[in-house]
Design a protein around this ligand. Structure first.
Ligand code: ATP
Length: 205
């Protein structure tokens, strides 16, 4: 009997606006299965889900919009200002996100898959993945791209970046790095070469 093949799990991470979604879509176009922690987090707090009730119990009814959905702006402001509340929210969400990611990985029928976890290092979820792929972008470029995309001031982007792992910490944890400091064509060619590398690596599994 042959042992079940193990899918190689690549954790894709990077700072805000580094290009994670853009890189993930590039792998998706090559047919690679994608799992997105942010998407899972959103699904988990939909009305009627247990996590939303747990959050309401901690934060009170003000955390809900009049339609009964999680008020993301309100909650972001709360946890930004209060470390204890941030930890409480994480304690509700992270175990559920990890559980869902594991279940989705178990269903993958491909040589490898990409799991996009923006806060992979900050939340200590390295154990979910076999390799860490960091999208690395110079900080001034991150600030410019996010400010343009989200219509935020440079200072607002910098405040968010200050809550995330430093570029150095990310690079130190990386098994692979995509430097996203040039045009989209260059990015696509980096993605292609990594795709071949991951296929080769997964053959060894
Ligand atoms: P977030 O952390 O906010 O989820 P992200 O890391 O997923 O962001 P993207 O949304 O992929 O980053 O990219 C941020 C912005 O920069 C987007 O508007 C995207 O189109 C643009 N962008 C990404 N890479 C490049 C590039 N190489 N050249 C030009 N624009 C780019």
């Amino acid at each position: 009997m042959t042992a079940a093949r193990h899918t190689l799990v690549i954790g894709l991470t990077g700072g805000i606006g580094s290009g994670k979604s853009t890189v993930a879509s590039g792998f998706g176009r090559l047919g690679v299965p994608l799992i997105d922690a942010d998407l899972i987090a959103r699904e988990l707090v939909e009305p009627g889900k247990a996590a939303l009730e747990e959050i309401r119990a901690v934060f009170g009814p003000e955390c809900l919009t009049t339609e009964g959905r999680l008020d993301r702006t309100w909650i972001s402001e709360k946890i930004f200002a209060d470390e204890k509340l941030r930890r409480q929210l994480e304690a509700i969400l992270h175990p559920k996100i990890s559980k869902r990611i594991k279940a989705l990985i178990a269903d993958v029928q491909a040589a490898y898959c990409i799991v996009v976890i923006p806060l992979l290092l900050e939340t200590g979820q390295q154990n979910l993945v076999d390799r860490i792929l960091v999208v690395d972008t110079p900080e001034n470029e991150q600030i410019k791209r996010v400010a343009a995309r989200d219509k935020l001031s440079h200072n607002a982007v910098i405040r968010i970046m200050d809550t995330q792992a430093t570029r150095e910490a990310r690079l130190a944890a990386a098994d692979d790095i995509i430097v996203n400091d040039s045009d989209l064509e260059t990015l696509t060619s980096h993605i292609r070469s990594l795709h071949h590398r991951y296929l080769e690596l997964s053959n060894g599994n």
